[in-house]
Design a protein. Structure first.
Length: 98
């Protein structure tokens, strides 16, 4: 599965327009940094739950949790692109989740 299958490319040129002030961007960056931290906690909990499911289900993962992990990873990648100014597009809920 390539990066483009999920609607983003890791080495894509900058997306969007830089119309907001740097101070507003700083506020968004702080908010998104908090959300990334929250996402890391959610990922840890999801990982533990998935492992328990695999232990009790003959090593078969829960497909919904696996898909959720993929979606969460895409969100974190979009957030990281905004944080590092590789993109002007803020992650969900400010734009489409994909």
């Amino acid at each position: 599965m390539s990066d483009q299958d999920h609607g983003y490319m890791l080495n894509a040129p900058r997306e969007g327009k830089a119309e907001e002030s740097l101070w507003m961007r700083l506020l968004w960056m702080v908010a998104i940094a908090f959300l990334i931290s929250l996402a890391q906690t959610v990922l840890t909990v999801t990982t533990v739950i998935q492992f328990i499911i695999m232990l009790t289900n003959a090593r078969q993962p829960n497909e919904q949790l696996a898909e959720f992990g993929t979606t969460l990873g895409i969100w974190v990648a979009k957030a990281a692109r905004y944080q590092t100014a590789a993109s002007e597009v803020k992650p969900w809920p400010w734009s489409e989740l994909d």
